[in-house]
Design a protein around this ligand. Structure first.
Ligand code: SAM
Length: 211
């Protein structure tokens, strides 16, 4: 699986800007066993480089996309990271291998609870999960060094931008379910100004909720 991810990286480097993922990202992708995060009937295909259904109409993302988003976040040891869309908990586990602490929010209660228990049973003590609408972030745990949104939004949620540290990075797919979505890298500069860069076209389930 990791070899396929690395081949995808080479093939998309001209527009993603990433010709090689960091050592930390590759090590985390090798270490976290994806079969723990997919339904038991899909164990045989857990290491295919593609998204898989996890129930409730949701998916565990394609490993290449997980690696790319993690790499773009430039997470380092000790960082405090926020994830919107816990899903299976796989992306949270990858982040937990690198960061100091991971906060992850899921809007579908059974998915969020299951992922929280899974991460605990796998020994991830630096991940906290919560069920709720991630649009509003996790203000009590802010500010964050990096934020990842794993569902497509129509715009960058202002509460998330507020909860990002100066110098911090947010990776978020922007667009609607039926139109082209782009993975975006949004960076908050030290002076508080915000820049964004389009990385590549993607297809994510929509960010839901009442916002
Ligand atoms: N990161 C996940 C993983 O590693 O398995 C995959 C996430 S899946 C592509 C997107 C997830 O975002 C779904 O589980 C969905 O229920 C969740 N979601 C959608 N809107 C949300 C919201 N407003 N707040 C929190 N989670 C949300």
């Amino acid at each position: 699986m990791v070899e396929e991810v690395l081949a995808d990286t080479a093939a998309t480097s001209s527009y993603s800007g990433s010709s090689a993922f960091s050592h930390d990202v590759i090590a985390a992708m090798k270490k976290v066993e994806r079969h723990h995060f997919v339904p038991s009937e899909l164990t045989a295909v857990a290491y295919h480089n593609r998204p898989l259904p996890i129930g409730y109409g949701q998916t565990i993302s394609q490993p290449f996309i997980v690696a790319l988003m993690t790499d773009l976040m430039r997470v380092k040891a000790g960082d405090r990271v926020l994830e919107i869309g816990t899903g299976s908990g796989y992306q949270a586990a990858i982040l937990a291998e690198i960061a100091g602490s991971v906060y992850s929010i899921e809007i579908i209660e059974p998915l969020g609870k299951q992922a929280g228990e899974r991460l605990k049973s796998l020994g991830y003590r630096n991940v906290q999960t919560r069920v709720g609408d991630g649009y509003y972030g996790w203000p009590e745990a802010a500010p964050f060094d990096a934020i990842i949104v794993t569902a497509a939004a129509s715009h960058v949620p202002p509460p998330l931008l507020q909860q990002l540290k100066p110098g911090g990075r947010m990776v978020i797919p922007l667009g609607t379910q039926f139109m082209t979505q782009y993975l975006m890298l949004v960076e908050k500069q030290q002076d508080g100004s915000v820049t964004s860069r389009q990385i590549l076209p993607v297809r994510f389930v929509p960010l839901t909720g009442g916002h």
